[in-house]
Design a protein around this ligand. Sequence first.
Ligand code: PGA
Length: 251
Amino acid sequence: MRKPVVAGNWKMNSSKAAAEDLVKSACKNESIFEQVDVHFLPPFVYIPLVRELTSSLGCFVGAQNVSHETEGAFTGEVSAAMLLDCGCESVIVGHSERRALYGETDKVVAAKFKAAQAQGLTPILCLGETQKEREAGQTNDVVLRQLSTVISVVGVKAFAKALIAYEPVWAIGTGLTATPDQAQAVHALIRQYIDKQDADIGERIRILYGGSMKAGNARGLMSMPDIDGGLIGGASLSASDFVSIIEQAVG
Ligand code: PGA
């Protein structure tokens, strides 16, 4: 049995006051954290605040991005060691917005994954195809290219301490959601690919779905055999929606 994971990617949203309200309301039932791993992924500047609010609770705090460099003259960048220093446990790498808007290549994503793990952070590796790629029948090739580049750099064993999120780009922030069957097919592909290289890790790796997951469609998606939770964008900014998704992850 894989413990479900629900991660809230706030993107470039919130404020100190809103973050405090959201985290306090979302953490009212702290006993649920025994049954589901919950990660809050606020913008960098709110990480210390969210860490402080959750310090005695069994949930996790992470970042949305990390530099692949360790330190030095890299204006505007934040290192994995700094994230650790501020109490982070996890970090998203390879989100499609980073790939599309900031030119992150598969190789850069692999380097970020490695840098995060070198500090003991859990990378949340995002994979996913665009609408055009899906229509061209390239979904499996794209997802496996993204995944295999990371495996070629860090090795499959590194996935013993990582999370994967399948996030079809056409479903992110669009209100379009992959159907449970569409998502399950790609999740199974990812798991089989890892399983062929290491059966134990293939069985244990938790693969989240992301892309307009909300209270109304979470159960259908998370009830699929290879979908172990969700990476939630928009719906993670509403405490009641986020809590509902967390509750549905428990079953
Ligand atoms: P969304 O975003 O839930 O708003 O579609 C998901 C994500 O980008 O992680």
